[in-house]
Design a protein around this ligand. Structure first.
Ligand code: AMP
Length: 279
């Protein structure tokens, strides 16, 4: 696996991978890789001839009081995992390569980025969309793969690719979970053992609520019950819990497929997100 840190070398290396009409799939990540990331890499291997993984902790998608500095970083460990998965190329630019002095152009995500995580994290999705657009232009993959774990992000990137005519396919990969149901996340590393034990209350409450809604349960009652169960389970607060149209992300007053239950909750200093299909 080649580890590349500058754009000119990247362009040459990707051109070499594409020789003979071979396809390239890109899996963008922020590193601190876990089995959720690796499931995306495995999907990429199934759908393309070569897999490129990017690791870039993108400062512009973190708010001033968020965890950019503390975000876990261990490139050597990540690289070893990716070698094992048969990845061809690791694209690992540093901040000065991604944002050279004078960088001043960004993508603004309109209504899809306003609600849910966008409401709690102003500017977050503009930062995500901009860096993903740059990654698409840098790597020029045929396919890019994103996790359904970040459902709003996936919807925004699909829309961006359509709106800005990126010539690639976007694939969503199912959420990888621990045995107790907690979605795998690099941020789970922040949880104390006690918080980690409590954290399963979050997916369990969402799963139960999604089933209740699919069975005709009253929406306000069901969501209030889920929120109470999450807090009773040891969370400090629920940022949002909402039934949304799976593609437009519009809030729904009742179940209209394809619908998705989206939520974020805080336990100690850690903010976790998750989602389940409804019906
Ligand atoms: P991140 O490193 O957190 O930016 O995540 C990189 C990619 O991995 C994103 O497309 C995420 O949606 C995806 N991802 C993270 N955790 C999971 C998970 N538990 N299951 C599936 N995909 C995931």
């Amino acid at each position: 696996m080649q580890i590349i840190r500058d754009i000119a070398t990247l362009h040459r290396a990707v051109a070499a991978l594409k020789q003979g009409g071979k396809s390239v799939a890109l899996v963008p990540t922020m590193g601190a890789l876990h089995d959720g990331h690796l499931s995306l890499v495995q999907m990429a291997r199934r759908v393309a001839d070569h897999v490129v993984v990017s690791i870039f902790v993108n400062p512009t998608q973190f708010g001033p009081n968020e965890d950019f500095a503390a975000y876990p970083r261990d490139e050597a460990r990540d690289a070893a995992l990716l070698v094992n998965e048969g990845v061809s190329l690791l694209w690992a630019p540093d901040v000065a390569v991604m944002y050279p002095g004078g960088h001043s152009t960004h993508i603004e995500v309109a209504e899809l980025g306003a609600d849910y995580c966008g409401a709690a994290r102003p500017g977050h999705f503009d930062g995500v969309a901009t860096v993903v657009a740059k990654l698409f232009n840098q790597v020029r993959p045929d396919i890019a793969i994103f996790g359904e774990k970040d459902w709003q992000q996936l919807a925004i990137i699909r829309r961006m690719a359509r709106d800005l005519d990126f010539a690639l396919d976007i694939l969503g990969a199912p959420i990888a979970r621990d045995a107790d149901g907690l979605a795998l996340s690099s941020r789970n590393a922040y949880l104390s053992p006690e918080q980690r034990r409590a954290a399963a209350a979050f997916p369990n409450a969402l799963k139960a609520a999604a089933a209740a809604l699919a069975n005709g349960g009253d929406m306000y009652e069901t969501l209030a019950k889920a929120e109470a169960a999450i807090v009773a389970g040891g969370f400090d607060s629920v940022d949002y819990i909402a039934l949304a149209d799976a593609a437009s992300l519009e809030r729904l007053a009742d179940v209209r497929p394809p619908a998705r239950l989206l939520a974020a909750a805080r336990i100690g200093k850690t903010r976790l997100i998750d989602n389940y299909p409804v019906g």
